[in-house]
Design a binder for this molecule. Sequence first.
Ligand code: NI
Length: 423
Amino acid sequence: LKSALFTGVKIFTGKEIIKKGFILIENGVIKKVGVGRADWHVGKQVDNFQSFENKNFMFIPGFVNAHAHSGMAFLRGAGGDRTFEEWLFKEITPREAKLDAEAVYISAILSQMEMARNGITAFCDMYFHSDQICKAVSEFGMRASITRGLLDKGGENGRLEENLKLFDHWNNAGNGLIKVGFGPHSPYMCSREYLKLIAKTALELNSFVNIHIRESEKEKEMYSIEELADTGIFNVRCLVAHGVYIKEKEMDILNKDTVHIIHNPSSNLILANGIAPIPQFRRKGINTALGTDSVASNNTLDIWREMLLSALIHKGNLKDPTVISASDAFEMATLGGAQALGFEDTGLIGEGYKADLALINLDSSHYFPENDLISNLVYSGRSSDVIGTMVEGEWIYYFGKYPKIDERKVIKKAKEKFQQLFC
Ligand code: NI
């Protein structure tokens, strides 16, 4: 598609609502957004003209899943209702040892199918066999920031070398749709020297770091935020997943333009790790974004649920209904994520922005009446309202279909692979 004109459609640009307007896309970039019927196009040559005049459809900026492990699709539901340590070391790690390159590739396609169906246009990933994830992303057509999970406790085993190869081969692939960064798993899996080397490498390559920090309460005793700052990881763009146990004083260390906090409310709740102090991070002016984490600790890649939870749990937790508003939650799910991933020309619908969009069907009783459309989206909306998801002007999901892949073939291959590995 790449170029198109959509008219007769509602638009929530991320800043304002246009009750009836149009979006003109040229070469994957939004050329014009406006109010009214786009009469200027009459008599002119326009590619792919589509009117939604008789529908109640709305374009919104595509959602960003800023923390995911897309290679874990085969582990959905494994080890539920366990403690964090039992879940990670007794249930997840042994299963992960069985995953081969093909399993990770199929998982990454399945995960993108699930994300696209939920209106997600971009995600940030940490896993292994990351070359397979890049391959799956380039075929499916999503925007993604991909990192190789790194750890040196128990031996480095050339993972950083592998991450560097991944960078050389895949960074900026697909005309910049794919960015490669570095994924030190966590401060308890990585030595300080190793983190230093990773930070230096990422900085030199103008890349980024993706790390889990203070996910569980135990980590408070395991390392300090000060010593992490000394490694330099916060001097390069750094996606900090979780940040559940970070005190006010430590937030000041993280209060830099380079640091982005990724809130994963479902994962933190399901593993009983607690509730991250997201309102406090936001009050400091630190960018916050949303992530689903993997299907092994969620167990969906449904960003709508994360958006709803992030708008609900802090109100209850702090007994204050104003701490995270519906538009705050929506912003975290879109623009906040786009900024964390470093895709500066995404996250909003506006001239010059990439056409990364989700199309929502508002023709449902749960959207009536439209007293407040943002409130409706966050508190009443659900992922099944998504009818189309577009990355750079190309549909990756449209009316129940995935234009770029053979869905039936993927499901068949996934079933066979699961049988082979786990049954
Ligand atoms: Ni994670």
